[in-house]
Structures are given as C-alpha cells and as structure tokens.
Design a protein around this ligand. Structure first.
Ligand code: SAM
Length: 309
C-alpha cells in the first residue's frame, strides 16, 4: 500500500524529480530538508516570494488541511504534491515524512494560516527531526500573535505567548489567575464568539483598568484594532456589530502597567515629545516638565515596559 495514499494532488510541477529535490535556480533547496513555511493569516498578498518559490519547488507539501492549502496554492499559481498532516494523524505521518527526507526529498510543512507549530500542528514532526538530526529551515512570515503585538501599542520588549485559554469559564479564570503576576505583555488567541466572555473573566482577574488590545480580522477586509483599558476594549467589541465575527488575537499589558494619574500624564507628555525628538531628548524634557524621573521617562520614550516596583 502506498504510504502516501491520501495524497490530495499528484500534479507534478514543471521539472523532473531531481529539480524538485534540488530546487530551482534562484531558490536552491537543500536536499533532504524540511522547510517550515508561514502562509497568510488572511491577506493573500502576504505570501512571500520565497514561500511561493519553496512551495512550488519541494517534492512534497505536508499540510494541516490539504483542501485549504490546495486553494492557497491554486490562488498562487502553484502546483504541488500535498499530503495531510494534522493534529489527529501527525504521530502516524512522522515516519513517512522522515523516510522521504532521508531519501533526499525536500518537504514543506504548512498549516491553514500563519506560522506552523504556533498553536498549530507540527511539533511532533519537528521533535522527530531534531532527534534524528535531520536538517530544517524556516521560511518565516505571517503570525497572528506577532501581527497583533506589532499594532497593539503595548510594551513589546518582553511578551508571553499563552495561545488559547480553556473554553470553560472556571478553567479559564483559573489560568488567568496563574498569569496575573506576569510582568510581560500577554498574548492570547481566542475565537471571536467567546471573546466577550473571556474579556469579562479577564476583567474579574486583572481589573477593568488594565491596558488591553484586540486585533480582529488582521490583514483582512474587516480588520479592526481595539485599544484601551480592558473595560473599554470589551465595550467596544460588544458594541461593534461585527465584533463577534472572524478571528481575533487579544493582548493584555503585564502587571504594574495600570497607570496612576501621574504616570498617565508622563506617558502623554513623553508621547508628544517622542514623536518629534530622539528618545533621550524627549525623556529629558518630559522629566523636567512632569517632575518624573528621567529613567521612567526614558523607558516610555524608548518603548520599554515600565519598571516594576
Ligand atoms: N499558527 C497561526 C499563526 O501563526 O498565527 C495561528 C493558528 S491558531 C489555530 C488560529 C488563531 O490565530 C485564531 O483562532 C485567532 O485567535 C488567531 N488568528 C488567526 N488569524 C487571525 C487574524 N487574521 N486576525 C486575528 N487573529 C487571527
């Protein structure tokens, strides 16, 4: 029996097998290597030229959902041999893919959207390659967590990626309580129809004033970024007729980020000055104007998290 019996598409890209093992001129692939390829989180324009090249050149694409990836490849004008690799068959698939790699084939790993392994399948395969010392190579690109972090306006010098919280409120609240002491910005994935309830639980644990953000439908037509306190963000999401649609990533400033009136004033002054001046000059002027320490002003001006007391 063909071990790759659920190959979804066996159409061969231009070129013979040797070409597909070795890659095309301009993007030479290393034989026997697994390429971990990020794909768009909504906007097809985010498929990188290198991702396109690799997906069109490898001998095999291991995809979370072959139908979904098939559509992406068709949209990109790529023909490739696809095999499924998802949460429920990953353990069984690993040996087959390792055999292909050992035979010198190149293989790409993709998931439905974003970067494989980030709350997505692929860990077992990568762990097996690690144990077998087989070569791997990233083709980096979209990731919802990083995209949301890049626009949230919360401290980014340190962050903690939690991924999905438990679906049930009691377990979710318990996990949020465990996270409460963390000083870094917290990043969560969530389904939009649970987002209101999750933010309600977060308010119960972190209080309504904790700075927060939600990135919904990022890179897509109905992209919306909500920013404010937890209570403001929750109210904005619930007031938005589309607030429970699509996909969302939400973020929370770490502990110690609630601002007293003085801190808020310092942040306001630093914000104005830092837009016009280098960070050190903005910090120095802001410290003189508000009476705050230059160090605190500099941390804000340079985008670092506020110091914890
Ligand atoms: N591996 C993917 C990545 O790198 O972003 C994440 C996969 S995880 C199964 C899917 C979750 O990512 C969604 O439930 C949502 O929380 C988040 N997500 C995916 N696309 C998004 C988008 N366009 N805007 C906001 N969040 C998104």
């Amino acid at each position: 029996m063909n071990p790759m019996s659920d190959i979804a598409s066996s159409e061969s890209p231009a070129g013979d097998k040797a070409d597909r093992r070795g890659g095309r001129a301009g993007a030479p692939l290393r034989p026997g290597t697994l390429y971990v390829v990020a794909t768009p989180i909504g906007n097809m324009g985010d498929l990188s030229p290198r991702a396109r090249e690799v997906l069109g050149s490898v001998a095999l694409v291991a995809a979370e959902d072959t139908r979904h990836t098939g559509q992406l490849l068709t949209h990109a004008g790529i023909t490739a041999r696809l095999v499924s690799l998802h949460e429920h068959n990953e353990a069984g698939r690993v040996d087959e893919i390792l055999a292909r790699l050992r035979a010198g084939d190149t293989v790409a790993l993709v998931t439905d959207a974003g970067t494989p392994l980030i709350s997505d399948p692929g860990y077992r395969l990568l762990a097996a390659l690690r144990a077998a010392s087989l070569p791997v190579s990233p083709v980096p690109g979209p990731c919802a967590a990083i995209a949301a972090l890049s626009v949230a306006g919360l401290p980014t010098d340190r962050f903690y990626f939690e991924g999905f919280l438990p679906a049930r409120s009691a377990a979710r609240t318990a996990r949020l309580q465990e996270l409460a002491p963390r000083g870094e910005t917290l990043v969560f994935y969530e389904s939009t129809n649970r987002l209101g309830d999750t933010l309600t639980d977060a308010i119960a644990v972190f209080g309504p004033e904790r700075p927060a953000a939600v990135g919904r439908e990022l890179t897509k037509l109905h992209e919306t970024v909500y920013r404010g306190s937890l209570a403001e963000v929750r109210a904005a999401v619930l007031a938005d007729p589309g607030g429970d649609r699509g996909e969302c990533t939400w973020l929370l400033a770490g502990s110690g980020a609630e601002k007293t009136t003085d801190e808020a004033e310092l942040a306001r002054v630093v914000g104005i000055l830092a837009a016009e001046l280098p960070a050190s000059q903005a910090a120095s002027l802001a410290a003189r104007l508000t009476g705050a320490s230059r160090k605190a002003a500099y941390r804000l001006a340079s985008g670092q998290a506020p110091a914890e007391d």
